[in-house]
Design a protein around this ligand. Structure first.
Ligand code: ZN
Ligand code: FE
Length: 239
């Protein structure tokens, strides 16, 4: 099993520290090095892997400092390896990667960028979605099409309901407002909104969230086809 620590960075990003029971340690989406170093120092851990879900600066800018400090290896989507500095290991769809005995699987989920990849730890029921899936929304379509993102969502939705989703941004509250505007009478959505308001009032993250709850509340998961998905994404852009 992996142990996950949420590391808030910048205004609303999350980097995630992963520790295995064998003592191995990796970070996902280290947009900033310092907050990661602080936690590693406090816990006396040595970083082995730096993993990026996609090439945007807020997900990779801490990579090289961490790589040099810990002699760690950078793991990135193979389709984006050219746009990310210092990549040592490039993973393509379906590749598996061993972190201290824990198996991580790469699932290519284009849409936000063409090579955006989710990282799945099946045994721990954990999925790191970068900017592909946010709680109650999806990432903006900077490089891919709505069709790409719709297909990526369909793949994620095939994972077990108990899968815990770790997104790279704390956008949940804003996203909830959009979902509510499209889905006014959904009791699951009202319940989730109540919970996230309490969490945010206490300064706590709204993540992880289970895939089961996302299926009940994320309006983008209710789109029946790419056209419906595209229409929602356009409305959300204007919301
Ligand atoms: Zn991004
Ligand atoms: Fe981002």
């Amino acid at each position: 099993m992996i142990d996950v620590t949420i590391i808030p960075i910048f205004d609303d990003n999350y980097a995630y520290l992963i520790e295995t029971s064998s003592g191995a340690c990796a970070v996902i989406d280290a947009g900033q090095a310092e907050p990661v170093i602080d936690i590693l120092n406090k816990r006396n851990l040595r970083l082995e892997f730096i993993i990026s879900t996609h090439h945007h600066w807020d997900h990779v800018d801490g990579n090289m400092e961490l790589k040099e400090k810990y002699d760690a290896q950078i793991v990135a989507p193979s389709k984006e390896a050219l746009y990310i500095d210092g990549v040592d290991i490039a993973l393509k769809d379906g590749d598996i990667f061993d972190i201290g005995g824990e198996i991580m699987c790469a699932i290519e989920t284009p849409g936000h960028t063409l090579g955006s990849t989710c990282f799945y730890f099946k045994d721990s029921h954990a999925l790191f979605t970068g900017d592909t899936l946010f709680s109650m929304s999806c990432g903006r379509l900077f490089e891919g099409s709505a069709q790409d993102m719709f297909r990526s969502f369909q793949r994620i939705m095939k994972l077990p309901d108990e899968t815990l989703i770790y997104c790279a941004h704390e956008y949940t509250r804003g996203n909830a407002g959009f979902c509510l505007s499209q889905d006014r009478d959904n009791p699951h959505l009202k319940q989730r909104i109540k919970e996230i308001k309490e969490l945010r009032a206490q300064g706590k993250p709204t993540l992880p969230v289970s895939l089961e709850i996302e299926k009940k509340t994320n309006i983008f998961m209710k789109a029946k086809n790419a056209e419906e998905f595209a229409a929602l994404r356009i409305k959300k852009d204007k919301f």
